[in-house]
Design a protein around this ligand. Structure first.
Ligand SMILES: *Cc1c(COP(=O)(O)O)cnc(C)c1O
Length: 369
């Protein structure tokens, strides 16, 4: 690890991202690959992530809002874009202005999309997610209305609720959803023969060949995290984001001294405490206090005490020699050691998605590779 002049920064390994996209495109086979770059490319930076994904074989990009579609266009990205989230008010015109396609599941949405002149509509079927989408029984009537309105229906889609659950009571539910979807999609396709049929997120893409259909929509796997929470390497995926800071101060403490808010940690022996100027405001969750490890000079070092808003403390050990300016890896690899998003997620009771999306705006993303 070379020293960094920044308080903290997040290298974004675009070479790893391109590798992941190639793996997913291969897995998808004949199906097209949509790289989902919503939420600022899952925290990695939407425009660099989108560009790299398109270079490596993604033919579509998915975002959540019309504003995110505009951001891609402003960044010079001209690949087809689908706004996956609900569109309201002036966003219909903004999506149309960005040349982005939208998702509709109601007569109102259909009318608004047609009035705004969006270039393509994807009809969304709720096959069991219980979120956005029309019930399968309503899909033929909505498709008929689309025909009557002259709407450019270019897709029919659904979303799985349990694609990441390979065991337990929900393991079979993805198949149930897929069965419902296929028969409904057929009815829509009778009216719009060119419509792309798509359902699979990262987990379904990796796990279920039958779910790949005409297109897969991959987010988390593009960024090198496993949707199943297991080792990304098991799926030939490479982590894209790291978070690197430095030791800003070193303090010698004595046995029984406490460190940080609430005195949640006390030294069992004299030791050297390193202060790292990153805290929960940067997305390093408070729940990681006294639990997580960081990497210093290629070794795992425990985070001790409560995580503050802007700072955290690590026990460098009594024999340590590191001083101010030493790099600290909060997420990513150093030598043979690695802290993964999946590891931090497990420690704080969440999923890798929340870890990478949650890295704060105060930490600059630095594209590399
Ligand atoms: C976010 C999203 C995806 C991508 O999901 P991953 O699990 O990150 O692959 C796919 N489809 C829709 C509708 C989404 O909102």
């Amino acid at each position: 690890m070379t020293a960094t002049p920044e308080r903290a920064h997040a290298p974004v390994d675009l070479g790893a991202l391109r590798h992941n996209v190639r793996v997913l495109a291969n897995t998808a086979g004949r199906a097209r690959l949509m790289a989902v770059v919503k939420a600022g490319g899952y925290g990695h930076g939407a425009v660099p992530a989108a560009r790299a994904a398109v270079e490596a074989g993604a033919s579509w990009l998915g975002v959540h809002t019309a504003g995110e579609a505009e951001e891609l266009r402003a960044g010079g990205v001209d690949a087809p874009v689908l706004v996956l989230g609900p569109v309201t008010g002036g966003e219909w015109a903004r999506a149309a202005g960005a040349g982005a396609e939208v998702v509709v599941w109601s007569q109102d949405g259909l009318a608004a999309a047609v009035a705004a002149g969006v270039p393509g509509l994807h009809i969304k079927i709720d096959t069991g997610m219980g979120r956005l989408g029309i019930h399968p029984s309503g899909a033929p009537a909505l498709a008929d209305a689309a025909v009557a309105a002259g709407a450019p229906v270019t897709g029919v889609m659904t979303h799985f609720a349990t694609a990441d659950e390979t065991e337990g009571p929900n393991a079979g539910f993805m198949r149930e959803q897929l069965t419902r979807f296929r028969s409904t999609a057929r009815q829509v396709r009778e009216r719009f023969p060119g419509a792309l049929v798509h359902a699979a997120n990262s987990a379904a893409t990796l796990r279920e060949p039958d779910a790949r259909l005409d297109m897969v929509r991959c987010g988390i796997a593009v960024y090198g995290c496993s949707p199943f929470g297991d080792a990304a390497a098991a799926h030939d995926l490479r982590a894209v984001m790291s978070v690197v800071s430095t030791i800003a101060s070193v303090k010698v403490v004595h046995s029984r001294d406490s460190v940080g808010y609430g005195r949640t940690w006390r030294a069992a022996r004299g030791t050297r405490i390193g202060l790292v100027p990153v805290g929960y405001a940067d997305g390093y969750a408070r729940a990681l206090g006294n639990r997580a490890h960081v990497l210093v000079a290629g070794r795992r070092v425990p985070v001790v005490g409560t995580i503050s808003m802007d700072q955290l403390t690590v026990d460098l050990g009594p024999e340590s020699t590191e001083t101010v300016g030493e790099p600290v890896v909060l997420l990513g690899a150093d030598g043979d050691e690695r802290v993964t998003a999946e590891e931090l997620a497990g420690l704080r009771g969440t999923i890798g998605y929340e870890v990478v999306c949650g890295i704060g705006a105060r930490i600059p993303r630095v594209p590399v590779g």
